[in-house]
Design a protein around this ligand. Structure first.
Ligand SMILES: Cc1ncc(COP(=O)(O)O)c(C=O)c1O
Length: 383
């Protein structure tokens, strides 16, 4: 009864462990949740007020498929301000979260059998989305010795006549690695030379600590013509449930993305679009507090892990840290399972992210919880 295409798709591993953690919490157990994939802050009240206003004023009908013009104009203004990127409103399509924007992009770019390079460690959904769009995920394993920074020779060695597209994610979920400008320049040269598209998932680009974010599309007209830049309000404004993300692409691609979206979901929620417009209109200081809080938590986590003598990748962005567990004698699933059952601490195994030697720790929880989690980690590894 079920299609072979559906059977081929793996369920989200992150959602499974999150469900187990929720179950333990519901039973009244004092779980430390290092597994979350979303900011723990409430959505800022100004944003919520705009949504209430939208409802009360009857802004509850269909909007243009690609989003209301005010929001698309605002997005152009913000990406110009943030990353010096020049886009016109007709190049922006607002979707139901960044995830939907990535899926639409792949759907528009891929023919059956087209290959997509995915850099490992990678966000769990990329290979599955490529498969859903009849493409073939080609994994490029970055080296631990490079701290999971790109290896350009390795990337080049994976390019074939069928390579259509590369998915780039900086800052990276799960490692927190931020690509250096010179690395992006080299990737852009490769993409232009081989006429390969880049889908640049920049959903964490406003959560940067001691590094700087560069948008690959900003490196020149030739690469901008081959790039779809993805972003959204989910992580920066603590709006994961509102489901607003977008793609910025060459006009002919944006038209195709809007066409596909128009046949499947139509516009993203009208009320959420108003909320996103309000989010993008906030002053910088109003969101800077959240970024600074993440940075403090990251620093506490790093200091605690160093004290325990553990190996990890120092994150420069997002709110995740990749912790090595293979040298403690565990696979990533073993570690996650035992740590949860013995110490009631939830982490996400690295295997679904393409690396079974590590687990992902999210520091989108309070300082007190991080400190308690570190204490339990100390007990766990010494016990
Ligand atoms: C790398 C990456 N891209 C995209 C998304 C999806 O974002 P959204 O909630 O806006 O769909 C996530 C969410 O976890 C993510 O980690």
């Amino acid at each position: 009864m079920i299609s072979s295409r559906a059977k081929e798709i793996n369920p989200s591993a992150t959602l499974k462990i999150t469900a187990e953690i929720k179950k333990l919490k519901k039973e009244g157990r004092k779980v430390i949740n290092f597994a979350g994939g979303e900011p723990d802050f409430d959505t800022p009240s100004k944003i919520k007020e705009s949504a209430k206003k939208a409802i009360d004023s009857g802004f509850t009908k269909y909007t243009p498929v690609a989003g209301i013009s005010e929001l698309r104009e605002k997005i152009c203004q913000k990406i110009k301000e943030w990353y010096s990127l020049d886009y016109k409103p007709e190049q922006i399509v607002v979707s139901n979260g960044a995830k939907h924007a990535i899926f639409n992009s792949l759907y528009v770019l891929l023919d059956p059998g087209d290959e997509v390079l995915i850099f490992s460690p990678y966000w769990v959904s990329y290979p599955e989305m490529v498969k859903l769009c009849s493409g073939k995920p080609v994994i490029v394993d970055f080296k631990e010795t490079d701290e999971f920074h790109p290896d350009l020779d390795l990337i080049k060695s994976k390019i074939t006549k069928k390579t259509k597209c590369i998915i780039l994610n900086s800052p990276c979920n799960p490692t927190g690695v931020v690509w250096r400008k010179e690395e992006l320049v080299m990737l852009a040269e490769v993409a232009v030379e081989h006429n390969i598209f880049i889908i640049s998932d920049e959903i964490y680009s406003r959560l940067i600590y001691d590094s700087q974010h560069f948008s690959i599309a900003g490196l020149g007209k030739e690469i901008q013509a081959r790039t779809i830049t993805i972003n959204g309000v989910s992580k920066t404004y603590s709006m994961t449930g509102w489901r607003i993300g977008w793609s910025c692409s060459p006009s002919e691609i944006a038209r195709e993305i809007a066409k596909i979206q128009g046949q499947i979901t139509s516009n993203a929620c009208s009320i959420s679009q108003m909320a996103a417009l309000s989010a993008l209109s906030l002053e910088k200081y109003e969101i800077e507090k959240m970024r600074e809080t993440f940075k403090n938590r990251r620093d506490i986590l790093i200091a605690g892990l160093k004290k325990l003598g553990l190996n990890f990748i120092t994150p420069q962005g997002a709110f995740y840290l990749f912790l090595k567990v293979s040298n403690l004698g565990y696979t990533s699933f073993d570690f996650a399972k035992k740590f949860l059952t013995q110490k009631l601490v939830g982490v996400i195994p690295g295997k679904p992210f393409g690396n079974d030697e590590y687990v992902r720790i999210s520091y989108a929880i309070s300082q007190e919880e991080i400190e308690e989690g570190l204490k339990r980690l100390g007990e766990f590894i010494s016990g």
